[in-house]
Design a protein around this ligand. Sequence first.
Ligand SMILES: NC(=O)c1ccc[n+]([C@@H]2O[C@H](COP(=O)([O-])OP(=O)(O)OC[C@H]3O[C@@H](n4cnc5c(N)ncnc54)[C@H](O)[C@@H]3O)[C@@H](O)[C@H]2O)c1
Length: 364
Amino acid sequence: MKYKKIVSTEKTPIFIGNSLLITPVFFDLLPNTGKLVLINDSSISSDFLEPLLLELQKRPTTLVHIPLEISETKKTRETKAGIENQLFAAGCGRDTTIVALGGGVLTDLVGFIAATYCRGVPLILCPSTILGMIDASIGGKTGVNTPYGKNLIGAFYPPKAIYMDISVLKGLPQTVFNDGLAELIKHAALTDKVLFEALLKTNPEALRGDFPLLVDMLETSARIKLKITEIDQLESGLRACLNFGHTIGHAIESAAKGRYAHGQSIIFGMITETVIAINKGLCTSETLTQLKSISQQYGFHIKAADLKASDLSAFLRHDKKNKENKIHCSVLSEVGKYWTNDQEYTISVSLEECFDALKEISIF
Ligand SMILES: NC(=O)c1ccc[n+]([C@@H]2O[C@H](COP(=O)([O-])OP(=O)(O)OC[C@H]3O[C@@H](n4cnc5c(N)ncnc54)[C@H](O)[C@@H]3O)[C@@H](O)[C@H]2O)c1
């Protein structure tokens, strides 16, 4: 079944649907001259990739295809330079359009390449994970990691278009699919109680099998991120609310050294930061109960007995969201509403307050 929905904004249209990349919805936005570069995550299944390559080869542009074995540790300046050299060797100049097909790691990296190659060439993003679709591809952030931290070098570079072709998710391992749903839960918890309640009526396996429902939820979630990032394009205010769960979550992800995936770490973070908000009188324990229950329904752990709070200290002290040496968190005032006092979107938290709250997920 083909299904098409368009979320349109002035600058970057977002298309959501099935088998989109082999239809005119995609081809109509491709150039007719110059080089067309497809850079894809090599984990994308050949069932998806081969028909796409066949179509792209028929186009009047010269196709340069770069399949990339990519992971978080390879999202670096060195990998970027290697790809740029490949593009120069293939004769790519300013009349080049780059199509990035992959998860958030690949779209962040390739987005940054497009932002700087020949001082910027057109970019089309085709996210291939849940997180990539509802989060990483939206908002214009691109970048690479450094030994000093994640995503420290990059640029804001909006793509020409975003294509969320749901059929690419067929090959996605169930664990990766499920982990990405943490960001969907986050978007619902921040601004959309209706979406939160709709999520409570389903589960990851059912959602994967219910195509129209999945498309609807991805669209709603994408719209949430889009709305926030359009209001605050350069991250000077409102956009900070999207960091809900990410201050503690990133510290757990780093301290756990790979034992907890990103989405699972963010779930721990959302729970802990909600306890911080309760302790500061900013939200009620009902919000915590609702968050725990949705997390369990989506197969996430709500206890992490194998970490020590002290393991998190260094990461919390050096969090890039810290201001004047103070840790900052974005929290909820209730499910469906992020906390704000109309000027700020984060609260300042001491290390002791973090440690107290971490007891909730059994980190001592
Ligand atoms: N730019 C932003 O605003 C923003 C926002 C959030 C996250 N991010 C970044 O996103 C990255 C995480 O992205 P992710 O969760 O998509 O991880 P990922 O890109 O590493 O993909 C997860 C795994 O799935 C595989 N994969 C991807 N698509 C597949 C498919 N269709 N079929 C089979 N396998 C597939 C990948 O090879 C990888 O092993 C992080 O680097 C993070 O910094 C960026």
